[in-house]
Design a protein around this ligand. Structure first.
Ligand code: FES
Length: 134
């Protein structure tokens, strides 16, 4: 399942125009993001979830990446300022996530603009669902 949610406001997204890196702390894995790479079709195009899934990193995403759950909750430890601002719909869903922090984002809605490298931590309660595939 994937796509976008037609019932929520569209986030203001600035697409990256250069390569940048995303590190997934728990997996000790860093991926280079090419802004010209195609989206995997789950989560907003270019979102942290899209980047993870496209790189063989399976973060839980029960609603299919349409901002209707909070299972894709991550903490953006570095580079948060270069990410799209959360919409009211994302903040509403984040309110349901355990262990909420100022760095909390829904990975399916958080789209980096490429101005900074990103470091992401996946919450421990979700870690057993995180695995590398492919
Ligand atoms: S996968 Fe459901 S909100 Fe991100």
């Amino acid at each position: 399942m994937g796509g976008t949610n037609p019932y929520i406001e569209k986030p203001d997204i600035q697409k990256p125009n250069r390569k940048f890196k995303v590190t997934f702390l728990n997996l000790n894995k860093t991926v280079e993001v090419d802004p010209n790479s195609p989206s995997c079709g789950t989560g907003l195009p270019g979102s942290l979830l899209d980047i993870a899934l496209s790189s063989g990193i399976d973060i839980d995403h029960a609603c299919g990446g349409v901002c209707a759950c909070s299972t894709c909750h991550v903490w953006v430890k570095q580079g948060l300022a270069s990410c799209s601002q959360p919409t009211d719909a994302e903040n509403d869903m984040l309110d349901l996530a355990p262990d909420l922090k100022p760095s909390s984002r829904l990975s399916c809605q958080c789209v980096p603009n490429g101005n900074e490298d990103i470091i992401v931590e996946i919450p421990a309660w979700n870690r057993n669902l995180v695995r590398e595939g492919h």
